[in-house]
Ligand binder design. Structure first.
Ligand code: AMP
Length: 220
């Protein structure tokens, strides 16, 4: 089973992707994580994308399609792939379709996570992640444990993303509405779109996603 999680920044795509990884042994492919990794390791590409990401604009289709192509070619995903934050443009959606066809794979579900804009600001500005395992925390809804240790891996370094601020969020939202939201119509027309309420609790959203994608075949 291969699926896309689609939604604006702060909709909870990363959090739900991690739940799907645990529940269905899937592989999360987050282009945002790949780009942040490239920045941290100081690659040429990382340097090129740094300013664009901090502003909240989209990096070029060529770069992200290249990253996805590399990851898809690198190995098989047991339970399938979760595309988190990709595709974000129509060109990326077309490229993903072509890549999947090349690999003899199908895209089984596109899950749109619906969240209203006012909630996104609160979600994004309170967000932090464990530097070791990527577990997501939030100042109000899921604070870092009092002992300062990640509840998932015990790590003690937590990070806030440089682009998780109100200015950058405005640009990211604009990019979402201008460049990414047309994908909702694109996948609807292909009969692949399922929508869930992303404002519910984390577990409720996970349950809605499970209901939307239906029973998962063992080893599929
Ligand atoms: P994310 O972690 O998905 O919110 O992505 C963080 C930033 O990485 C975005 O604001 C973009 O600058 C860049 N980015 C991530 N995925 C893509 C993509 N599919 N296309 C273009 N830019 C992307």
């Amino acid at each position: 089973m291969n699926l896309i999680l689609l939604g604006p920044p702060g909709a909870g795509k990363g959090t739900q992707a991690r739940k799907l990884v645990d529940a269905y042994d899937m592989v999360q492919l987050s282009t945002g994580d790949m780009l942040r990794e490239a920045r941290t390791s100081g690659t040429e590409m990382g340097k090129i994308v740094a300013d664009v990401m901090d502003r909240g604009d989209l990096v070029t289709d060529e770069i992200v399609i290249g990253l996805i192509r590399e990851k898809l070619g690198a190995g098989k995903a047991g339970g399938g792939f979760i595309f988190d934050g990709f595709p974000r443009t129509l060109a990326q959606a077309d490229a993903l379709g072509a890549l999947m066809a090349e690999m003899g794979q199908t895209l089984d579900h596109v899950v749109e996570m619906q969240v209203d804009d006012a909630a996104l600001v609160a979600r994004i500005t309170g967000r932090s992640t464990c530097g070791d395992c990527g577990e997501v925390y939030h100042d109000q809804t899921k604070p870092i444990p009092a002992d300062g240790k990640c509840s998932n891996c015990g790590g003690s370094s937590f990070q806030r993303r440089a682009d998780d601020n109100e200015d950058s969020l405005k640009t990211r939202l604009l990019a979402y509405y201008k460049q990414t939201s047309p994908l909702i119509g694109y996948y609807y027309a292909k009969g692949q779109l399922k929508s869930v309420d992303g404002l519910a609790s984390m577990d409720q959203v996970a349950a809605s996603i499970a209901a939307a994608i239906g029973p998962v075949r063992a080893g599929a």
